[in-house]
Design a protein around this ligand. Structure first.
Ligand SMILES: Nc1nc2c(c(=O)[nH]1)N[C@H]1C(S)=C(S)[C@@H](COP(=O)(O)OP(=O)(O)OC[C@H]3O[C@@H](n4cnc5c(=O)[nH]c(N)nc54)[C@H](O)[C@@H]3O)O[C@H]1N2
Ligand SMILES: Nc1nc2c(c(=O)[nH]1)N[C@H]1C(S)=C(S)[C@@H](COP(=O)(O)OP(=O)(O)OC[C@H]3O[C@@H](n4cnc5c(=O)[nH]c(N)nc54)[C@H](O)[C@@H]3O)O[C@H]1N2
Ligand code: SF4
Ligand SMILES: [Mo]
Length: 851
């Protein structure tokens, strides 16, 4: 038995390069249940991050009571992390939404029924469609956490039913840059690399990626190589001393800690070093790429010394990192939010692709690129067009691609929005603010905590002109502002498929009935389509399916002939064994582990997903300009100089603020905050300061500090951590649903959400908001009443552990790990009550009432 709160990654199963990753099956049950009690196991995959670990859900008496990793799954070989073990199912019987809610005459949210709620939406929808704005009055803001079948249905409703370009996901906040960078360099979204590259590699570069905490099982896979013979070296590019950074030191790699916002200066120096030392594959560059000369010219000024001055890192560390990249036989790179949500996001992420192209390190074992995803199903939001892109990685600017979809859906091509780029999320919110969008339908996301500059978001949600629908399993901070709240069935309560970072598709079967009258997102949108009576151009119903498997079959047709080819998959094929990576078709019936083995890229003008952009300005290339380059299967080097970020520290706001995650919580905690093991491990917000900054400010461990930015303020107890001077970190998990009476908007409350501070700015190409940079001042408010609640097992470990109790799970956190689980099972215990949010036990709420 292991306490997997205290020991996040569990026991090591070390192995050598080019040998298989051993199996270790992780299991956890509700403390009142043991393995023998389980009625049945239902196949699924975990949805608490993009890793997509294959799992089986234990069901007893119609309830989810436990979870077990699937040994046969290529993604996790049986393992699960703390969120998977403790956070994946324990929320299911807590304070769920069980009936639709609508506003009564006094503006309070009250319980209602489906007909009333849906009729209100349809009435508003019809009213707005009859105005001059037509479909442009409708906005959809969805998620990276629903199922493929749900996104595709929403995409068809938006594009062929209504004809609105205003649809996007919170994937815009998450992995829009992954998609953008892959499109710019390779012509299409689609992950080149594979998790199996970890078994074969000699060096792992993690660019702004705290994998140890955010894909804990993938990190176990790296750790098992580090602890085996001939381990890979690790290079961490992160301003904080994460476990990844510690591993970099321990493996003889490098920890580069650039000042947030300076990634592009660092990347240009790395590229320059690799080129100047001749660590390039000239044949590969000549045969398979375009733009090398421009890249060389652009990076030329970025000597290690020059970039070291900008990034405030030692120049020799840049040289050492470049040498590891340039001389290792095989290199695997991963990129995530420290790049995607930072300044020059797309440019810096493209620079990672450039490095791999320079060395021809693509499509071979151990030489992968993982432009990571974050959310479990973000890949599908992108594939299915629920982020506004056209489904099947089609190019909105390519008339033939639009025609293909119009034919598939049997609608006029003019219905399908393609006269301008799809509206990105930040612009959708702007249109809501300006009043041109009158109906905003929010599904599977909690923007009142997760969007930048929350004071502004709250103002928008309160606007009389905006009718908001919120579709969620819980009464979130956002739901409190809604006009209609629709109770959604969540994971385990519905059926569908989804796709992880390395393109592996999993089926998630329905394990239990949803609570009360909750319905799947698919059923909700099918109901809307029926009530709106959307028709194709021959007058037949537009939507021809009624259940998940039928949608999946329709989706397969949409992908035929595209890179993202699902045609060889069926629900049945996804049962019993492992998830399968697309493309799966006649040429690759067993799926495809890594793309671009043949160095043929989907850049042909008739195939590509974009004609490309200028990385500095975001200016789009025209079809003619693109055709003139004659890419024809070659990849692009994409270059950009470093420019300074939109906000830099100065006299009034002297610190750079960066925000992010801890291992124990998922986002706004709607699930993990309801798991007693996880909530206990990271019970409240904290503010991380470096030792030097804390000393200068006179702040001690646990002192209450207030952060103020030009936009807002929040506060929390200080953790004197191990980060670099000049940088303040705070996690963004802590909204207020579990703290009755403390509305971030209410005067006298104590706001704890990082996004009270963040800036409304986005990357010019990917349009991803800049959550990782901004400036703040730090004000000391009160003496400590104890150490800060920040976990000690993670990047937030204190610089001085003296007097800070270690983070442990304690009773109820034991987990079984085979083969080394040897203790006898414990006697059953009574489950503890989960934390209760405000308003539970009754669903009437006046918080956030409009007007
Ligand atoms: N435990 C847990 N796991 C998760 C999630 C979760 O909420 N909790 N969410 C999932 C989702 S949706 C996502 S998107 C991923 C995110 O996964 P990650 O990207 O790994 O997580 P973050 O903590 O957001 O940011 C990563 C690192 O970026 C660093 N950073 C900040 N600014 C900069 C910069 O300018 N340059 C560089 N180089 N680094 C910088 C931070 O110090 C931080 O350690 O995690 C997924 N997995
Ligand atoms: N400051 C700062 N802000 C950030 C970030 C950061 O690093 N720093 N990271 C950004 C990133 S990468 C992300 S991904 C976002 C995440 O931000 P959000 O998406 O707002 O966060 P979640 O808490 O995951 O919200 C998802 C909601 O969907 C609900 N849900 C789950 N499953 C289903 C389902 O099947 N159907 C329906 N209808 N609802 C469901 C959950 O109950 C929850 O309320 O935050 C972003 N915001
Ligand atoms: S690594 Fe991600 S998918 Fe796997 S168990 Fe943890 S949270 Fe779930
Ligand atoms: Mo994300």
């Amino acid at each position: 038995m292991k306490d997997r709160i205290a020991d996040i990654w569990g026991a090591r199963t070390p192995h050598a390069r080019d040998t298989p990753w051993p199996v270790r099956v992780d299991t956890h049950f509700d403390s009142s249940v043991s393995e023998g009690d389980v009625d049945r196991w239902v196949q699924s995959a975990c949805v608490l991050c993009s890793n997509g670990c294959g799992c089986d859900i234990a069901v007893k008496d119609g309830r989810m009571v436990g979870i077990r990793g699937r040994a046969a799954d290529t993604v996790n070989h049986g393992r699960l992390g703390p969120k998977g073990l403790y956070g994946s199912w324990q929320w299911s019987r807590t304070d769920r939404l069980t009936r639709p809610l609508v506003r009564d005459g006094n503006g309070a949210l009250v319980e209602s029924d489906w007909d009333t709620a849906m009729d209100r939406i349809v009435e508003r929808s019809r009213q707005l469609l009859a105005t001059d704005a037509g479909a442009l009055s409708h906005g959809f803001y969805t998620s990276g956490q629903l199922f493929l079948e749900e996104y595709y249905t929403l995409g068809v409703i938006g594009k062929a039913g209504l004809g609105t370009p205003h649809m996007d996901g919170n994937t815009r906040l998450c992995t829009a840059t992954a998609a953008a960078a892959l499109k710019e360099n390779f012509g299409s979204d689609g992950q080149p690399g594979s998790y199996s590259d970890i078994e074969a590699t000699d060096a792992v570069f993690l660019f702004g990626h705290n994998m140890a905490e955010t894909q804990t099982v993938l990190w176990m896979r790296v750790l098992d190589r580090i602890h085996g013979p001939n381990p890979p070296r690790i290079v961490a590019v992160d301003p904080r001393t994460t476990k990844v950074a510690e591993a970099a030191r321990a493996t003889g790699g490098v920890h580069l800690a650039p000042l947030p916002g300076t990634n592009q200066a660092l990347m240009n120096a790395l590229i320059r070093e690799v080129v100047h030392n001749g660590w390039v594959d000239e044949r590969y560059i000549e045969a398979h790429t375009l733009g090398f000369d421009e890249l060389k010219a652009t990076v030329e000024p970025y000597t290690p010394e020059h970039s070291a001055g900008i990034c405030r890192v030692p120049a020799d560390d840049i040289r050492r990192a470049a040498r590891i990249f340039g001389t290792s036989e095989r290199v695997l790179s991963t990129v995530l939010q420290g790049f995607f949500q930072s300044h020059q996001a797309t440019a810096a992420s493209c620079a990672v692709n450039n490095l791999h192209l320079l060395r021809g390190m693509l499509g071979r074992p151990g030489c992968g690129i993982l432009q990571m995803n974050g959310q479990p199903t973000a890949q599908n939001t992108r594939e299915c067009g629920a982020d506004g892109d056209l489904p099947g990685f089609r190019n909105w600017d390519n008339v033939e691609h639009v025609r293909q979809l119009a034919k598939l859906w049997n609608v006029d091509p003019m219905t399908v929005p393609h006269w301008a780029p799809p509206t990105h999320a930040m612009q959708i919110w702007r249109y809501c603010e300006q009043g041109s969008i009158g109906l905003l339908w929010i599904s599977g996301t909690n923007p009142a905590v997760s969007l930048p500059e929350l004071p502004r978001i709250r103002r928008i949600l309160q606007q009389e002109s905006l009718f908001t629908v919120v579709q969620d399993g819980f009464l979130t901070e956002t739901a409190r502002y809604a006009d209609v709240v629709l109770p959604a069935a969540l994971w385990g309560e519905k059926q569908g498929t989804f796709t992880n970072v390395n393109r592996t598709v999993h089926l998630s079967d329905k394990a239990v009935e949803p609570p009360g009258e909750a319905r799947s997102d698919l059923d909700i949108w099918l109901d809307y389509a029926r009530r709106m009576d959307f028709r194709d151009k021959d007058g037949a119903p537009l939507i021809t399916w009624s259940g998940p498997e039928e949608v999946f079959e329709a989706w397969k047709e949409c992908t035929r002939g595209r890179l993202v080819d699902y045609t060889g998959l069926t629900y049945d094929r996804l049962r019993g064994g492992s998830g399968i990576p697309w493309p799966v078709n006649e040429q690759a019936p067993e799926g495809t582990d890594r793309l671009y083995a043949d160095a043929e890229f989907p850049t042909h003008p008739d195939v590509c997903e974009t004609y490309g952009h200028d990385l500095l300005t975001g200016g789009a290339l025209s079809e003619q300009e693109y055709r003139a380059k004659n890419p024809d299967g070659r990849a692009f080097f994409k270059a950009a100089p470093y420019v300074s970020p939109p906000e830099s520290p100065g006299e009034e706001y002297p610190f750079v603020l960066t925000t992010g995650r801890t291992a124990y919580h998922f986002h706004t905690r709607t699930k993990t905050g309801r798991s007693r093991q996880l909530q206990r491990a990271a019970p409240g917000v904290w503010v991380e300061l470096s030792v030097g900054d804390a000393a200068r400010l006179g702040v001690r461990e646990g002192d209450l500090v207030r952060l103020e930015s030009p936009r807002g303020a929040m506060q929390g107890p200080a953790r004197i951590g191990r980060g670099r001077d000049g940088v303040v970190f705070t996690p963004f998990h802590y909204g207020y649903w579990d703290r009755p009476g403390t509305d971030g908007a209410a005067p006298g409350g104590s706001p704890s959400a990082a996004n009270e501070l963040t800036i409304t700015e986005w990357d010019p190409v990917s349009k991803q908001p800049l959550f990782k940079i901004g400036t703040v001042k730090v004000v000391r408010m009160a003496d400590a009443t104890g150490p800060s609640p920040a976990p000690t097992t993670t990047a937030s470990a204190p610089a001085d552990p003296d007097g800070v109790p270690a983070t442990v799970g304690g009773p109820g956190a034991e987990e079984r790990e085979h083969p080394d689980a040897c203790e006898p099972p414990r006697p059953p215990r009574q489950p503890e009550a989960p934390p209760q949010p405000p308003g539970s036990g009754g669903t009437t709420s006046t918080t956030g009432t409009k007007g």
